[in-house]
Design a protein around this ligand. Sequence first.
Ligand SMILES: Nc1ncnc2c1ncn2[C@@H]1O[C@H](COP(=O)(O)OP(=O)(O)OP(=O)(O)O)[C@@H](O)[C@H]1O
Ligand SMILES: [Mg+2]
Length: 389
Amino acid sequence: MSVFRLNGPQRSAVHTRTNKLANNRGHAIVNAAGWDQATPDQIRTGLQPAAGLQGKGAVLLGIDHVGKSFGDGQIIALDDAKFEISDNEFFTLLGPSGCGKTTLLRIIAGFEHPTEGRVLLDGRDIGHEPPFKRPVNTMFQSYALFPHLNVRQNIAYGLEMLRWKPADIKRRVDEVLDLVQMPAFADRRTTQMSGGQQQRIALARALAPRPRVLLLDEPLSALDLKLRKAMQSELKRLQKETSLTFVMVTHDQEEALALSDRIAVMNKGKVLQVGTPEEIYARPKTCFVADFIGEANLIPAGLVGLADGKTISIRTEQISVRSRPADERRSVEAIVTALTFLGADTLIEARCAGDVPIKARVRGAVSGLSVGDRADFAWDHSSEWLLSE
Ligand SMILES: Nc1ncnc2c1ncn2[C@@H]1O[C@H](COP(=O)(O)OP(=O)(O)OP(=O)(O)O)[C@@H](O)[C@H]1O
Ligand SMILES: [Mg+2]
């Protein structure tokens, strides 16, 4: 299917005429005959890739060997980051505090310039473009809502700066308030709202100018656990409904796994691995990734008769604990050091030869096993993963 992009008056004309055949970024479909091959979802959203690109996998953002140092090169915040983010992707930068997540987000937004490398949008270097000229918007961790303005004025502010017409601003503010399910709050002062409500308004404000990329820096970190879970579903819904590319920063691996199409795991300024949640979880490349994502056991391979010097990773839920070894499975003997009942599961911690720690998470409560007991920790060969670093 051939696709092209329109701007300005042309864009709005096509948008009105073809309605379902043009999405909200002006990607208009010129070969309407191809629509009989489109999925119902594509027809509903009018979503199509940019010129020359095919489907959801089309590259939107390229992080091309980006490096950033501060203080005359004393602090290396980013070291040769290289990966691509696709159109319509929910992409997450995940890593511990200080690993360079916010720095990378600020470079994409244009608030920070890379010391090395380039940021590409649709293959074009956008390094020279100031933040307000990039089709990128940021939702800041602090929300940064204006306390002296009401909700409607907060959302309208950015559109006024972009010189939208008053009638268009009103329509768009109503649209985004509907999107975040807050139409009743239009005239409320933002200081008279809860954290979750402010977060929705900050999201509405960031979505209002129809950016192609929405950057979210720890968007849920100010919320309590219950609200955080509810807002996770909300973020996922918004990303699907708007068909935008979301780039989210978090240090919460559970949140990253639950929301993302793909994740970049970072540590000390380096991007260690990029992959789907399933890939990152089941096939971590390094000890750091295995340890950071979920609860993994890192066992020296030599302990189970494999290549010495390497490490194998086994997820805690893949290990069963029993009194006697079984031939067909891999196993190590260990002495139980702690049993912790967690409600749905019990965590069994133990030490095997060489004082190597091993943990198993088993369903329900455990009977007939006590601290100090010798037990066999076993797993299928298929659930172990040899780490390359
Ligand atoms: N303006 C700056 N000047 C000097 N050093 C900076 C500056 N901004 C960031 N850094 C340093 O760069 C490194 C990466 O910082 P960054 O804010 O990107 O981390 P982060 O992954 O977002 O961490 P957190 O999860 O704590 O927000 C840190 O060591 C930080 O101290
Ligand atoms: Mg940060």
